[in-house]
Design a protein around this ligand. Structure first.
Ligand code: SAM
Ligand code: SF4
Length: 357
């Protein structure tokens, strides 16, 4: 019989997000303060064997998907060896091993990660304009991220999804992202800005709703809801988008697509529609379908992105606990999942860089 763990509201928990570091080489304006966040002491950060043990026990309870995230997971040394160890859990029931990354360090390691057993990557990228990219990430290099996306496609870390947090500052690039998806095969997911972490520094009115995003795409092309199989364990809704005749990308979007595809051997049908997704974090609750737990780099289980509650599994693990005790902690985190949150509480001080998104 396949193991199953169900929370107090009947939701089956099948997905674990593992933040492997709270450090990052970017300082995205909505995520971190300019000076960064004080790093957790090295000794408090879970070692790879510790993460793998928790993951193994989570899989024994019915977790089928694991996502490695951060901070920026690729800044942590030896990450390929963690991926390799986690991929070993496929024989125990793990079906999907993925990573969320800012993509800046991905190009040189994409094929190693694929060889180690990583199935796919999500890359966060909010703009295709160089000057904007520098401003949003506070110093990042757009070309390296585009190279990273191309390397991921070439390494077969597919489907490669681009996560785009849409705000008033980049909403004018929605069509360009649609064109990028069309010409590269990247799946672009538009995400509503959440009032978490450092989002409070954004200008009032920075938030753009999914409805507005869909209107913009719908006015310039056909947007049809689709239900593609096997697109992961998250709350995104997917659509096919094809531009109306005469609607064209900006030159920057065309150049970005060239960088992404220049090492990719298989070519897409020129007329194939883009696959785009929307993550309506704010305008429509996805709590009823929540299937996840989060593990922070310093060994806390977070039952919910919004609730401040955390359960210290790291200390239990380091006290020499038996597997059964660790399983009990995992179960207690599942039991602590609230039914839903309300964003009306305003900005939560919880950090996305700590919780891994
Ligand atoms: N550094 C990696 C990256 O950027 O992909 C992984 C960690 S990052 C915290 C995970 C995701 O959280 C990114 O896609 C980022 O855009 C998103 N994120 C961070 N703060 C956010 C906010 N306030 N609202 C919506 N998404 C946010
Ligand atoms: Fe770093 Fe990701 Fe946060 Fe940007 S969103 S600062 S890349 S952790």
């Amino acid at each position: 019989m396949v193991a199953q763990v169900i929370d107090g509201y009947g939701r089956e928990i099948t997905y674990l997000r593992v933040s492997v570091t709270d450090r990052c080489n970017f300082r995205c304006v909505y995520c971190m303060p300019e000076e960064g966040v004080p790093p957790k002491p090295h000794a408090s950060i879970l070692r790879y064997e510790e993460i793998t043990r928790i993951a193994r026990l989570a899989v024994s309870l019915g977790v089928q998907s694991i996502r490695v995230t951060g901070g920026e997971p690729l800044v942590r040394k030896g990450i390929t060896s963690l991926v390799n160890a986690l991929a070993g859990l496929k024989s125990a029931g793990l079906r999907d091993l993925s990573m969320t990354t800012n993509g800046s360090l991905l190009a040189p390691v994409a094929s190693d990660l694929a060889a180690a057993g990583l199935d796919r990557v999500n890359i966060s990228l909010d703009t295709l304009r160089m000057d904007r990219f520098v401003r949003i990430t506070r110093g990042g290099d757009l070309g390296r991220v585009l190279e990273g996306a191309g390397a991921a496609l070439a390494a077969g870390l597919t489907p490669v999804k681009l996560n785009v947090v849409v705000t008033r500052d980049n909403v004018d690039e929605i069509l360009d992202f649609g064109f990028l998806a069309m010409s590269t095969g990247l799946i672009v997911r538009f995400i509503e800005l959440m009032p978490l972490g450092h989002a409070g520094v954004m200008q009032p009115g920075a938030y753009v709703s999914t409805e507005r995003m869909k209107d913009l795409l719908g006015q310039s092309g056909s947007l049809t809801e689709v239900n593609p199989a096997g697109l992961g364990s998250g709350p995104a809704r997917y659509y096919a988008w094809a531009p109306h005749q005469g609607v064209a990308p900006s030159p920057g979007a065309h150049d970005a697509a060239q960088v992404v595809t220049h090492k990719v051997l298989s070519h897409r049908d020129a007329g194939a529609p883009a696959l785009v997704g929307f993550i309506t974090a704010i305008s429509s609750h996805f709590c009823p379908g929540c299937n996840r737990l989060r593990l922070t780099a310093d060994g806390r289980l977070a039952p919910c992105l919004w609730s401040p509650e955390e359960i210290d599994i790291g200390t239990v693990l380091r006290s020499g606990a038996l597997d059964e005790e660790i399983v009990r902690v995992l179960r207690s985190a599942v039991a602590a999942k609230p039914l839903e949150y309300t964003a009306s509480d305003g900005i939560s001080r919880r950090r996305m860089s700590r919780l891994g998104g």
